[in-house]
Design a protein around this ligand. Structure first.
Ligand code: HEM
Length: 336
């Protein structure tokens, strides 16, 4: 809807006010990034010292600031936007997708049980090399078909980027879906529309059902993979897709090998949201009700591991509306 886009997101008055610093319409993660960036800007004299200090390793922000302040290769704005891309593109998207995978697994105990059956069977068949800590290699994860179907389905039903992925029509114009579009116009599709297309994903496209990826015939499967729009498409499709897939395919089975996770209850909480590019319950402009999602996790019996995690080693901490699970110290005990 170009008119609404111009009115809401690209409103020239809003943009003008923003450029004079009279209106701060930046998203939460940008404000966070800005704060961190400004904190470090005042500390750049330590960059040389830090380079030789093994105790305080150099991070991305140090490198961007060095390229700006010491080497003069990039401007401050470029350094900031590189750091911002790391949060937004490189980290937030994968975190959102991981949360979506666990959320849908917990909301669908049948899918959770099917995945656990697959993981347990792999354990019994000694398919995992690591029986010490429970980590899973990429190759091992590739052999878990239900895991594959679960991740694909969660990525489909909750694409982390909920924006219209825009492209500019070439000056000579183009014909798109049989419609003639004039040149220099911005067109685009939103993954939240494409991923729910019933012709591609089936009549029950609104439902989380990993089995659709296992039941589809080869032609249908090829179509589903081709049109899954979570990582965009074409020449500007996500360049971090493979890194992200690697992380998710390894993390999900590794967590589930060691912990059983169950949803306990949901509590409805009312709070104010603002629109955010990445699809998370972080900010939109309406007052909404959000269900606080609480989970119970427990170390799984150590029947497959040489080492077990004792409940005393587990702790959790609430951070905003996320729960961080920590496993402290060395794992102890011995299973058969
Ligand atoms: C689940 C995780 C991720 C999702 C869902 C995701 C999604 C997307 C989407 C939808 C686009 C726009 C594609 C288009 O316009 O057609 C994009 C672009 C991009 N992504 Fe990701 N991304 C993820 C992870 C990552 C990671 C881990 C990195 C970096 C390590 C990354 C770096 C980028 C970059 C640099 C672009 C711009 C590409 C270009 O314009 O040519 N992404 N991503």
């Amino acid at each position: 809807m170009p008119l609404l886009d111009r009115l809401l997101r690209k409103n020239p008055i809003k943009l003008l006010l923003g450029s004079f610093g009279l209106l701060d319409d930046t998203q939460l993660h940008v404000q966070f990034g800005k704060r961190k960036f400004e904190e470090r800007l005042g500390q750049t004299e330590h960059l040389d010292q830090k380079a030789g200090d093994a105790k305080s390793p150099i991070d991305f922000l140090d490198r961007f600031l060095r390229a700006h302040r010491i080497e003069g290769r990039i401007t401050e704005t470029q350094a900031f936007s590189l750091a911002q891309s790391n949060i937004n593109a490189g980290s937030d998207t994968t975190a959102i997708s991981l949360r979506a995978i666990f959320y849908y697994l917990l909301k669908n105990p049948r899918a959770y049980d099917a995945l656990m059956t697959e993981i347990n069977e792999a354990e019994r068949n000694n398919a995992f090399v690591d029986v010490e800590t429970g980590l899973v290699t990429w190759t091992e994860a590739q052999n878990l078909c239900y895991l594959d179907a679960t991740i694909m389905e969660a990525l489909r039903i909750h694409p982390a980027v909920g924006l219209c992925l825009e492209r500019v029509v070439p000056p000579e114009g183009a014909t798109i879906c049989g419609k003639s579009i004039p040149g220099n116009i911005i067109v685009g599709c939103n993954p939240w529309v494409i991923n729910f297309d019933k012709d591609t994903f089936g009549a029950d496209a609104q439902v989380f059902r990993p089995e659709r990826w296992l039941e589809a015939n080869p032609d249908q499967l090829a179509l589903m993979k081709k049109y899954l729009f979570t990582f965009g498409a074409g020449s500007h499709a996500c360049i971090g897709k493979n890194i992200s897939m690697l992380e998710m395919y390894k993390v999900v089975p590794a967590v589930l090998r060691r912990f059983s996770v169950r949803q306990t209850y949901t509590r409805v909480k009312s709070f104010c949201l603002h629109f955010a590019a990445t699809v998370e319950a972080c900010r939109t402009r309406a007052r909404v009700e959000m269900r606080e999602f609480l989970v119970r996790y427990a170390a799984r019996p150590a029947c497959f591991f040489r080492t077990a995690i004792s409940p005393a080693q587990l702790s959790h901490q609430r951070v905003s509306n996320h729960v961080v699970i920590r496993c402290s110290g060395r794992v102890e005990g011995r299973g058969p």
